[in-house]
Design a protein. Structure first.
Length: 369
């Protein structure tokens, strides 16, 4: 609740790999029409499931699980499964669906764009509150290390990469040669500063596209300052939300638990003092203290590299309001397994697809209801 005790709407988008009965990545096909909010992603074997903005965890749970159940039932009919892993674990080539956006990104980013094709994630949107949007943005930036709570794959092309392989691929590899993109941005002072950042990043991207021989009219038609940005936390004018794009694709109950805490923390900033100080960070009853950005980056790096195995990170997330013990990141089950062969990857996809299917049939009961 906000300081005015009004519900804060929130929504979820989750991407899942689609596989056949042998664990091979496959096209979603008939699954796209199984429910409202079910869409294709920019690569062929990914399916995105979106909810509408919901005013409570109970409403969000009902809609998310209802849509997932419809997709899973359709998948059963067509010999397909949904896989709640952030990478396919071991897969060489993943085809894109043709579009002007991806064509331009490939020209601008080059070979490194291949890393993005192996990433399946979760986006959590929280409704902007009048007068509190920048505090919401900055708080979500400070909560970014919570990505460790739902790390779901440590492998890329069969080799161990990081506890949060998707974050490693997306933030450090895909946009390594594109300034200011992919990684977490510092706190913002106000909305004007945020707008200036967006416009500067758009100009940079348009300049790179021109250097790569892309027609400026094509860039203008496919992108605007908001959609030309790839950073984990964003103010979204299009939806009037603050969006957190860091979590991996994972089991829906874990995503629901995470979104509940995020909505509570980011949604109650109206009337709460938010300040940036020191390196520890803490959510209190009357104030929220965000760590200085350099300290925050250390927590983020730990979340990607080591996940919840690091006690300092666990203590930080606890101080910031998360029930760390309630989470069981899938990646922890796979860390230490060494290399994963293609056949082992297919078996693991099916194993976690079974776990997702069982979870969809048993929606969690949440205290917030």
């Amino acid at each position: 609740m906000t300081g005015h005790d009004t519900p804060v709407r929130r929504s979820i988008e989750i991407e899942y790999w689609v596989v056949d009965e042998a664990g091979h990545l496959t096209d979603p096909g008939e699954l796209v029409g199984a429910s409202p909010g079910v869409e294709r992603e920019f690569v062929a074997p990914l399916l995105e499931i979106k909810t509408s903005p919901c005013e409570s965890t109970a409403e969000l749970r009902s809609e998310l699980f209802g849509r997932l159940r419809a997709v899973c039932q359709r998948a059963d009919e067509h010999g397909k499964r949904l896989v709640p892993l952030s990478t396919p674990l071991n897969h060489e080539t993943i085809a894109e669906l043709p579009s002007d956006r991806t064509r331009i990104q490939n020209r601008v980013i080059g070979d490194s764009f291949q890393y993005v094709r192996h990433c399946a994630g979760t986006h959590i949107h929280v409704e902007q509150q009048p007068g509190a949007a920048i505090d919401q943005l900055n708080t979500l930036i400070a909560l970014d290390p919570a990505l460790a709570l739902v790390n779901s794959a440590p492998h890329f092309r069969g080799r161990p990469l990081a506890a949060g392989a998707r974050s490693e691929l997306y933030r450090r590899l895909a946009y390594a040669d594109v300034d200011h993109q992919g990684r977490l941005w510092p706190y913002a002072d106000d909305r004007d500063e945020w707008t200036d950042r967006l416009e500067a990043r758009y100009d940079e991207f348009a300049g790179l596209a021109a250097d790569a021989g892309v027609d400026p009219a094509a860039v203008e038609a496919a992108f605007d300052p908001e959609s030309a940005v790839w950073t984990p936390v964003q103010l979204r004018e299009t939806f009037s939300t603050v969006e957190w794009r860091s979590p991996d694709a994972t089991l829906p109950g874990e995503v629901l638990r995470l979104s509940e805490t995020i909505a509570d923390l980011v949604g109650r900033l109206d009337g709460t003092d938010v300040r940036i100080e020191g390196s520890t960070g803490e959510v209190g009853e009357a104030e929220i203290v965000l760590p200085e950005f350099d300290a925050l980056r250390d927590y983020v790096d730990t979340a990607i590299d080591d996940g919840l195995g690091d006690p300092r990170l666990r203590a930080y997330l606890d101080r910031m309001g998360f029930d760390v013990e309630a989470y069981e990141p899938i990646a922890r089950e796979l860390v230490g397994t060494g290399a994963v062969t293609p056949s082992e990857a297919r078996s693991l996809r099916l194993e976690y697809a079974d776990r997702l299917r069982a979870a969809v049939d048993r929606p969690p009961s949440l205290e917030a209801d």
